[in-house]
Design a protein around this ligand. Structure first.
Ligand SMILES: Cc1cc2nc3c(=O)[nH]c(=O)nc-3n(C[C@H](O)[C@H](O)[C@H](O)COP(=O)(O)O)c2cc1C
Length: 392
């Protein structure tokens, strides 16, 4: 069941991104907030490199962070490991023989906010250090994408990827990559090339992006309107962007899409701020008037509040002109209902502005009633002193 949910999440995000790609759905390209690089590494005396200030895996992890834009997290044990190589070999043997789980002194905050997690470690006795078992067994990996990477002096990955698969239930484990410790330590550019090659060959940006697609409230509305419009069985069936995989576009897909939206939190509340500017206030007012006009089917007001070239995107990806869209509101194909915009945040930049916020929506769709919180993301432009809704 866990696995099914994990798969479903991936399907939701991918499917929605293709169905709504012509709207505001955006993906981060260079910096990925949802990518974490975890690693265990030991400095001191080591095979082939002598006495080192920074461990080989540590240096490799830094390269991975630079190349992916992810955050670094160092796995550290309460116990300090000996610096001398021979002593370390003995300690590692003991830990392994006794199947120890060394106590860790660091833990990941906001684990839930990471979708793609690199897991880095050296090879010790043909395996991961036991601290990696402590680490991997401490988290619920369901739905995560794990990319293993390691340093070694001849063993490559050994059997570690299979072991990680066994521990991290519900995660998608990628092939990962290996670098010789001495290369990571002394030939940084060669190590970097190995990392870059792996990222390129595995379409890393796609892996990270598919997990951070954002949606607009318009996307939700498009799907909702389709369902509220009492589609025929023929309309419902066989949709390529079906989310639940039953080849039927129904209320369950809508629920999944909404769930996928509810992620981010607001940081600034423009309405409660004493310093709200005239422009921010005007943008909010324009938005609220537009929403009310949709509910009231007040086409003149709708026309008055949008730019001449504003388009509206349907769930199928079909882009409508404002005339077409407003026409469907007028003739009852599309119907909107009241809801409240929570914690609106207006960011004004010269003559453009972005309104973000969330709405609590009560709806009854095919007998299923519920209250949902949705994200809003609407762009505005100021023309002749008046704020208008516009495409991005
Ligand atoms: C206790 C211990 C056991 C090791 N066992 C292996 C091994 O079985 N195979 C291998 O290729 N390298 C082995 N190595 C070498 C390390 O994997 C290699 O030096 C690695 O780059 C160390 O990474 P670090 O500096 O990040 O700790 C071992 C090193 C240590 C300290």
């Amino acid at each position: 069941m866990k696995r099914l949910i994990a798969l479903l999440t991936t399907v939701v995000v991918t499917a929605v991104s293709s169905a709504f790609s012509s709207t505001d759905a955006t993906a981060e390209e260079s910096h990925h907030d949802n990518v974490l690089i975890t690693y265990f590494s030991r400095a001191g005396e080591n095979y082939s490199v002598g006495i080192i200030d920074r461990g080989n895996t540590d240096l490799l992890a830094e390269i991975v962070a630079e190349e992916t834009g992810g955050e670094l997290f160092r796995i550290e044990t309460v116990r300090e490991y000996p610096s001398a190589y021979d002593e370390m070999l003995t300690v590692a043997t003991e830990e392994r023989t006794n199947k120890e789980r060394p106590e860790l002194k660091t833990s990941i905050e906001n684990f839930g906010s990471y979708d793609v997690i690199f897991v880095g470690y050296p090879i010790w006795w043909g395996d991961m250090p036991m601290a990696m078992y402590s680490f991997l067994e401490s988290y619920d990996w369901d739905g995560k994408t794990i990319i293993p990477f390691n340093t070694h002096e001849g063993s490559g990955q050994a059997n570690t990827v299979t072991i990680i698969k066994g521990i991290c239930e519900g995660a998608e484990i990628m092939s990962g990559f290996s670098v010789r410790g001495s290369v990571a330590q002394n030939e940084g550019e060669s190590a970097r090339a190995i990392v870059q090659n792996w990222l390129d060959n595995n379409n890393f940006n796609k892996i990270a992006e598919k997990k951070v697609v954002h949606y607009t409230m318009q996307d939700i509305r498009n799907l909702q309107d389709f369902l509220l419009g009492r589609p025929t069985e023929e309309d419902l069936s066989g949709k390529p962007y079906d989310l639940t995989g039953d080849e039927r576009w129904d209320v369950f897909d809508l629920c999944l899409m909404k769930k996928a939206y509810i992620n981010d939190t607001q940081t600034v509340d423009a309405t409660s701020s004493a310093t709200i500017t005239t422009d921010q206030s005007a943008v909010l007012e324009t938005y609220e008037r537009f929403e009310q006009a949709m509910i009231d089917k007040d086409i003149d007001t709708l026309n008055d509040l949008v730019t001449a070239d504003k388009t509206f995107t349907h769930m199928s990806g079909k882009v409508q002109t404002k005339e077409q869209f407003f026409g469907e509101i007028e003739d009852g194909t599309l119907n909107y209902y009241p809801y409240k915009l929570n914690s609106p945040v207006v960011t004004v930049d010269g003559d453009t502005a972005l309104l973000t916020g969330s709405t609590t929506l009560e709806a009854k769709v095919y007998g299923a009633s519920g209250t949902w919180t949705l994200k809003t993301n609407q762009h505005f432009v100021k023309q002749d002193g008046k704020w208008l809704l516009t495409d991005k």
